[in-house]
Design a protein around this ligand. Sequence first.
Ligand code: 13P
Length: 247
Amino acid sequence: MKDFLYIANWKMAKPFTQALHFVKNNKFKLAKLAQSHKTVICPSFVSLYPIIQELQNTSIKVGAQNCSAFAPGAYTGQVSAKSLKEVGCSYCIIGHSERRQYNHETNEEIAQKLELLLKNELQPIICIGESEQAFKNKKTKPILTEQLQPLLQILQKISFKKPIYFAYEPVWAIGSGIIPSNDYLSEITRWLGQQCTTQVPGLDIRIIYGGSVNPNNAASLKAIESINGFLIGSASLDFQKLKKIVS
Ligand code: 13P
């Protein structure tokens, strides 16, 4: 059986009270699930600390959805990787397409975040993916290469012992109910894996998939050899759906 990682990205969908409720109500079922399946929950910043406290002594890990590109200092409204580490996060998502779109994050800025995560020993979940337009114009690989380049440069200079996750999330598959064909996903994720391992040989880099993963398509997606995990958005907001995907 492959080492598969399930990451629930709650985005901004669950406000503080709801997020805490979800965890309290489903704590034992979640903990049981996580005993045999590596599971990570990524709530919004303010929910991180109480959720980490609630999930102490379980195998469920908690991750943030973003971090600052700067070390602690005068950056109003931002949250440093150092803070996330101190609060007890294990993972951090960076470069999500929603942040690239709404916050105009650049590949270079995302690479700066990566560097800070590695220095603070947080496991990165780095999102990359092409737009619908780029997909239609058959520009997926050049776009992914552009997104990868500054990230791989950081990975070349910093050694890291734990797995580093690249989440391939085609923008057109997020929240749309449309998923790429298995052949396409297999080709792209295999190619991504090769790009990473040839440019940064010693690192443990894993490719995961995100975009409209749900209980109906999970088994078929999981069968794709080069996919080592899912980054799950809306389906992860419902415990029953999440459970079906994981188990
Ligand atoms: P959906 O699963 O809602 O399509 O979201 C995917 C995603 O963006 C996860 O980061």
